[in-house]
Design a protein around this ligand. Sequence first.
Ligand code: MEV
Length: 434
Amino acid sequence: MQSGFSKLTKKEKINWVVDKLFSNNIEAKKLLEQYHLSNSELQKIHDDFSENTLSNFLLPLGVAPNFLIDGKDLTIPMVVEESSVVAAACNSAKFWYKRGGFKTKIIGTKKTGQVHFLFDGNKKDFIIFFDKIKTKLINSCNDITASMKKRGGGIVSLNVLDKTIEIDNYYQINAEFETVDSMGANFINSCLEQFSKTLVIEFNSDPRFNHNNLEIIMSILSNYTPHCKVIAEVECEIDDLIDKDIKDSSLFAKKFKTAVEIAKKDIPRAVTHNKGIMNGVDSVVIATGNDFRAVEACAHSYASRDGKYKSLTHVEISKNKFKYWIELPISIGTVGGLTNLHPLVNWSLKLLGSPSAVNLMKIIAVSGLAQNFAAIKSLITTGIQKGHMKMHLSNILNLLDADDNERILLVKFFDDKVVSHSLVKNKLKEIRNG
Ligand code: MEV
């Protein structure tokens, strides 16, 4: 146990970590220094994001151009370490650009939070009491809601839910919020904590409850946001699906539909199917400084909303039409949080034309759909490894310390072959042996 670690200076923390936990402390320290932006304003900003920052952890920031979304051209920023994700987005974007692009629709923007509490008295009395103090609860948040109201948001509704069937004496205040362009986590949590304080004050001063107890358990937003939801879709004639890898468009459409149906019935496949969607979703969520853990948790719980985990995308084939869409709850923001603090987040948002939160929801959903399309297209035609391993070739070449000349020769050699680690290794050995 090391107490007071957070009170040490950064230098002391680094020394503590490398001296105690690395066999080669000099090398470990050098690496941290290599990624550290000494004496810069940027480092100061990074240090303040989190506790005990020793250095920075870089991830590639890439872009996927040629996205046509609701008639508008967009280049999407993506932060992701997996080799083929940006390439897949680019391919999908180009494919659908020529077929009318992506269309989107916002289904709702409401978010919720709950005050969870126990109450051991008469339900009817409590519900009457709650209705009476509802306005007081809302007004007690006036200081918190003032600027959100100016921006068009605020508290939308407040209800008490009887949950005593699930847990003895368990009730909730379920509150709905509009948070406009911010994700709104701090706003929602501050309102909820104020609700619980006001609730306790009002309860204690009501003579009806002199012999009852009310115990606040917790007040917290919910990352499950099924009413903050977007749909993104593409549609074209089946004949128009013809492409360099799609020779028979009706066979392709049928196989595509079956692949999505499998992801609706088979959980092991559904998880991988949705993981592919999240490759696209998370990359944009991270690039725009949003909370990818919240978006992930919400997407997967939404995928299980019928009691069984299923695909987040859907396909419909009718007559000669291929219609394919994603329905995704996403809670993100384009103001507050990291958006002004992280220079590259700010850059990414500018690249997207400084979108509102609803526009960013649309872009993120499109990115997820595009990624899923690229994955299924490869899976049911060429197989995934051809493209994947081609992108992975550079990683293998880096691992094997290939120089520029060796790279050129090997990239050319593998142009029409399936890449594997051992094949690359052997081929490099051949080159090195002349
Ligand atoms: C890999 O990151 C994602 C895929 O496995 C998704 C899928 O199988 O649909 C290719």
